[in-house]
Design a binder for this molecule. Structure first.
Ligand SMILES: NC(=O)c1ccc[n+]([C@@H]2O[C@H](COP(=O)([O-])OP(=O)(O)OC[C@H]3O[C@@H](n4cnc5c(N)ncnc54)[C@H](OP(=O)(O)O)[C@@H]3O)[C@@H](O)[C@H]2O)c1
Length: 408
């Protein structure tokens, strides 16, 4: 007999709570995951949690869930973490290696929700350990997708997509055979500037870009949604997760964020997955897969939504999407460079040293310069991916003044 949802059989054949770890526990995805775990305290045992430097929130979560191990990436946050955990018996650690250790601790299920390519080493460490890894950290797949998927296959790891669009495609793929799939489609809300002119977008402020119409998310992914780079990264993510050629992955702008992903089969049937825009739905799906657990999300009322609209993305106003498609086609490390340059560009924009139009412009200039210098190749190891990422970051950083002068 199979164990009830959230429970796993231990080595002695007894039913025990499923052990889970959250990488990036203090972020937006981490909070949604914690919210679901909180509702079923007897079904899940938290093994490890980690964050960058938010020691107080991490210590609170570790205490609340009775975690066994908590790590901050920033050694300067160690004292605060140690203090926050004093008397709890929870092991505290700090530094990049301890974040990797958090990923390697024995857990049945790991949520990989560190933002950015800094999540590469820990996410890959989780994937190499086996078990089930729910992947939110899309930059990791963009940066080293081939490596990621081959390591997962070698370790027999179940990779479950957290991104709502990929989670939707994953679910819609269950409706047929893989060889009968004609194409997949992911949707984009279009972000806050969907209806803005090119000139208005060029002058967009940080505050305007951070105001997403449908989703509440961390700052990096929110800015990526405004440039549509998020969809570009998701295109690359989908290519790796579903082993689909980029020409068979479509992108649809769908302002209501109700239909998240679609799969078209060779007989013309299109299976779409709908749901209210709330990340707790795909996270709950990953947490309970292949079963289901209840998630505290608003029931979808299509009569209330009224209209579902779809349009093709405008690559002229949102060039980031075109850059991502070209990088995917070029391969050989171009997605790694694209991602690194984008992370620099978003940080510079948030710090107001780059205009909004400077984000895709910096990414394009970095890609061109990396090609000119022959600084790109397909990453063969984590170290290799990190080296390409670091070179691209330095390159992007050096190009900031020139691009800022043109776009501020
Ligand atoms: N939010 C969403 O709705 C959403 C949807 C789909 C996909 N995603 C993807 O999910 C990932 C997380 O997004 P988010 O919105 O949750 O980001 P977020 O709110 O910015 O949270 C990021 C988390 O990662 C931690 N972190 C950052 N650097 C770290 C490091 N070097 N080592 C360990 N932990 C580190 C942060 O810790 P501190 O708190 O200490 O900084 C925080 O816990 C991203 O890849 C994003 O694209 C997010």
């Amino acid at each position: 007999m199979s164990a009830p949802v959230g429970y796993a059989k231990n080595g002695r054949g007894e039913v025990a709570p499923r052990t889970v770890s959250i990488l990036g526990a203090t972020g937006s995805i981490g909070a949604s995951t914690a919210d679901l775990l909180r509702r079923r305290p007897d079904a899940y045992q938290v093994e490890a949690l980690c964050s960058h430097r938010n020691a107080d929130a991490l210590a609170r979560l570790a205490r609340e869930f009775g975690a066994r191990f908590a790590a901050v990436a920033d050694p300067a946050a160690y004292r605060a973490l140690k203090q926050g955990l004093s008397g709890s018996g929870i092991e505290a650690a700090a530094g990049a290696d301890s974040v990797v250790e958090a990923a390697q601790r024995p857990a049945d299920w790991v949520m990989a929700a560190i933002a950015g390519s800094t999540g590469l080493a820990p996410t890959l460490a989780a994937v190499e350990r086996g078990g089930t890894v729910a992947v939110a950290n899309k930059e990791c797949l963009v940066c080293a997708g081939m490596l990621f998927m081959s390591r997962a296959a070698q370790a027999g790891t179940t990779v479950l997509p957290v991104d709502s669009e990929h989670n939707a495609v994953f679910q819609a793929l269950a409706a047929g055979r893989r060889e009968d799939v004609r194409r997949i489609m992911i949707t984009a809300s279009g972000g806050p500037f969907r209806t803005w002119s090119k000139e208005q977008i060029r002058a967009a402020t940080v505050e305007q870009a951070l105001r997403h119409p449908n989703w509440s998310m961390g700052p990096k992914v929110t800015i990526d949604s405004a440039t549509l780079m998020n969809k570009g990264l998701e295109l690359i993510e989908a290519h790796h997760l579903f082993a689909m050629d980029q020409s068979a992955i479509g992108i649809l702008v769908h302002a209501q964020s109700i239909v998240h992903g679609l799969v078209e089969y060779i007989d013309g049937s299109v299976v779409a997955l709908m749901g209210s825009p709330d990340m707790r739905t795909p996270i709950a799906h990953c947490l309970a897969w292949p079963e289901r657990i209840e998630a505290p999300v608003k029931s979808l009322d299509l009569a209330e939504v009224g209209t579902l609209s779809f349009e093709a993305p405008d690559l002229e106003r949102f060039p980031a999407l075109k850059l991502a498609r070209e990088a995917l086609e070029a391969g050989n490390g171009a997605p790694t460079v694209l991602n690194a340059a984008n992370e620099i560009a978003v940080a510079e924009f948030i710090d107001r040293r780059l205009g909004f139009a400077g984000i895709p412009a910096l990414v394009e200039a970095t890609l061109n310069e990396a090609v000119r210098r022959g600084a790109m190749h397909e990453p063969a190891s984590v170290g290799d991916a990190i080296a390409i990422d670091h070179t691209a970051r330095r390159l992007a950083q050096s190009l900031v003044p020139e691009i800022a002068a043109k776009t501020l």
